[in-house]
Design a protein. Sequence first.
Length: 84
Amino acid sequence: MELIVVVIALLFFWWGTKGIYRLFQRHNTVLVILYLILLTPIALTHAFFLGLFGLSEFERLRREAEKEARKQVMVEEERRKLGR
């Protein structure tokens, strides 16, 4: 029974730590620190869910690159249409 509680506590700690790391990746450091200090319960819950369900930095960069590529394709198509 104690082992299950310890494992669950470690998982919560891992996801929370990963979420706080992702908060620092996405936002300004000073704002994240103020967020963690002033709104601690909300910030820790947010960090937990971000660690549990959030995208990794690699995945976010890949999606942004795909979005930019689609945008460039659309721009090229518009240039071809206007050039005719």
